[in-house]
Design a protein around this ligand. Structure first.
Ligand code: MF3
Ligand code: CO
Ligand code: CO
Length: 257
């Protein structure tokens, strides 16, 4: 596969899909409280996506994934499967939403703090979000994927966190996952050159301890090998001539990015 350059018509559909995905994260926020199960979060999102938005939850049955969203708690790095497990005060949780509208995908995730969370967990969450923005700020026609990777890796490691290598960002459009692989580490100037009209995700995962992960017996849930805390944020980003457009920007971020 090679990197698909989207037409203006496709970009417009990706804007719509991206906005809808971001709205699911806005909708779920008040529900992310101590005592709620990740299955309940999954059901609320599923019903909103299908019945209110008229979109399709892309994870459901994707390569056998059994639920409509991913919920990754504490040392879970990504691809956590909603279950009857209840979240409790002090937990940190990533909710990852991908919807399909009119044949096009919008993919975005954010971290939530459940009740009172420790300062070290809050710091990990904040640095990971800043690392994502720094990666996104590298995006423009003529930049390379290595520019994104280096910006993220340098910021993460200067803050004494490690960057997960086994999972990466991706091209996105008619397909959930398209070329290229968007690594969250690397060297400036290396890797594929970005062109206006490409659409990629930037979705760094940073760990408090070592970078290594393992996938549990369910075939999906990725956790840190050393059981240290992990955080992730994700946006879907359009490459433009002079920079980028974040297609999944939430209202709360409008002054930030
Ligand atoms: N949303 C994830 C990503 O950012 C992919 C989840 S695949 C699933 O690429 F099957 F677990 F949903
Ligand atoms: Co993604
Ligand atoms: Co995602």
């Amino acid at each position: 596969m090679s990197i698909i350059i989207k037409t203006e018509n496709e970009i417009e559909k990706m804007r719509v899909a991206g906005k809808l995905a971001s709205e699911v994260l806005e909708m779920i926020e008040p529900h992310v409280v101590p005592g709620v199960s990740t299955d309940e979060l999954n059901t609320i999102c599923h019903d909103y996506i299908v019945n209110i938005q008229g979109t399709i939850p892309a994870p459901l049955n994707y390569r056998g994934f059994p639920k409509s969203i991913c919920t990754s708690i504490n040392h879970t790095v990504c691809h956590g499967i909603p279950s009857d497990k209840k979240i409790k005060s002090g937990d940190i949780i990533n909710v990852d939403i991908t919807v399909i509208k009119d044949g096009y995908h919008g993919d975005t995730s954010k971290m939530f703090c459940v009740g009172e969370v420790s300062p070290h967990a809050k710091r990990l969450i904040k640095i990971t979000q800043e690392a994502m923005y720094l990666g996104i700020k590298q995006v423009k026609h003529g930049a390379t994927l290595g520019d994104i990777g280096e910006a993220i890796q340098h910021y993460a490691e200067s803050n004494r966190y490690s960057v997960v290598r086994e999972f990466c960002g991706h091209g996105i459009g008619k397909n959930f996952h398209e070329d290229p692989h968007v690594l969250h580490y690397g060297k400036a100037g290396e890797g594929e050159v970005l062109e206006a009209g490409m659409i990629i995700t930037v979705e760094p995962m940073l760990n408090l301890g070592k970078r290594h992960t393992k996938v549990l017996a369910d075939g999906w849930t990725a956790v840190t090998k050393d059981h240290s805390l992990s955080a992730q944020w994700e946006h879907t980003v359009l490459v433009t001539k002079n920079g980028y457009e974040i297609l999944t920007l939430r209202q709360e971020e409008k002054d930030l990015a």
